[in-house]
Design a protein around this ligand. Structure first.
Ligand SMILES: CC(C)(COP(=O)(O)OP(=O)(O)OC[C@H]1O[C@@H](n2cnc3c(N)ncnc32)[C@H](O)[C@@H]1OP(=O)(O)O)[C@@H](O)C(=O)NCCC(=O)NCCS
Length: 151
């Protein structure tokens, strides 16, 4: 399948664009939308990782990773529905692995809703494995799976 999507780290001119992208998909991002100043601080001061995927000059995907100890946590990965199944999510993970190698980080971890089968399969296909369960993490009888990939 032809795929000319472009994936890279966010640049300093894109903080506002990423804020607007989250607002556009508020059904996924909810009320927890990061403002451009927060995004700036998150990547420039705290040396975390934000990746964006582009189709021409339009953002179609966003992935946010947080350094925790000697590992990297996935805060979120989101690909615009029209552009799913084109390996963009997988490329986000590949870039995150490269970031880990460059920064001597040893693993990538995430929490995912146990009901989000699509995402769980996506992570399993990318060699993540389940390392734990957090009961009622998202609410009553709404558990989180903890998944991990060693670098
Ligand atoms: C989970 C998510 C990020 C995956 O993104 P994606 O870009 O669709 O991921 P990929 O294309 O790399 O892989 C997804 C599937 O497409 C398949 N695929 C990958 N490249 C493909 C290609 N060129 N042609 C056909 N299929 C392909 C993969 O095998 C995988 O198959 P599966 O559905 O059987 O698991 C995306 O579905 C999403 O944004 N979901 C909503 C947000 C969410 O739940 N995020 C996770 C919790 S934080």
């Amino acid at each position: 399948m032809q795929n000319d999507n472009n994936i890279r780290q966010i640049n300093t001119k894109e903080f506002k664009t990423v804020e607007l992208f989250q607002k556009k998909f508020s059904s996924f991002f909810g009320n927890n939308i990061w403002k451009s100043d927060e995004i700036k601080n998150f990547v420039t001061t705290k040396k975390n990782l934000i990746l964006v995927a582009f189709e021409k000059d339009k953002i179609i995907g966003l992935a946010i990773f947080i350094r925790v100890g000697d590992g990297l946590d996935i805060y979120t990965i989101f690909v615009e529905p029209l552009f799913r199944n084109k390996s963009i999510g997988t490329k986000f993970l590949e870039e995150a692995k490269n970031f880990c190698v460059l920064n001597s980080l040893k693993n990538i971890k995430l929490e995912v809703n146990k009901r989000n089968e699509l995402a769980i399969n996506f992570y399993k296909k990318n060699n993540f494995f389940c390392v734990g369960l957090r009961k009622n993490y998202y609410g009553f009888e709404d558990d989180a799976l903890i998944m991990e990939l060693d670098i």
